[in-house]
Write a protein that binds this ligand. Structure first.
Ligand code: ZN
Length: 104
């Protein structure tokens, strides 16, 4: 699993291909990510014995990580990343092509 919440990604497969968004949640064991604004679903909640009102709740359904790629805002393209370790030992994800740091 290569993603963390808060990172900017683009969808490269499926019906929401080309959509960009921020990662809200990751499920490393299931290889799923939830991306803001992508794969929106509606859940219908029924009225139960008059206690609650029936209502529609929209939420973002998880996507498989295989359909998602990090997005480089400098290249304006989906890019693979590499890990760059700076002199003080801090690890950062950078773009393979332009070496700019992801997630800004
Ligand atoms: Zn780049």
């Amino acid at each position: 699993m290569n993603f963390k919440s808060g990172e900017q990604v683009i969808i490269i497969k499926g019906q929401s291909r080309g959509k960009k968004g921020k990662i809200l949640q990751v499920f490393p064991k299931k290889n799923l990510v939830v991306v803001e604004g992508v794969n929106e679903r509606t859940r219908h909640i029924r009225n139960r014995r008059g206690r609650d009102k029936g209502q529609k709740v929209s939420f973002f359904a998880p996507l498989n990580v295989a359909n998602v790629m990090l997005f480089c805002s400098k290249c304006n393209k989906p890019r693979r990343n590499k890990i760059f370790v700076s002199t003080d030992g801090k690890k950062q994800k950078v773009c393979v092509k332009c070496n700019s740091v992801f997630g800004i």
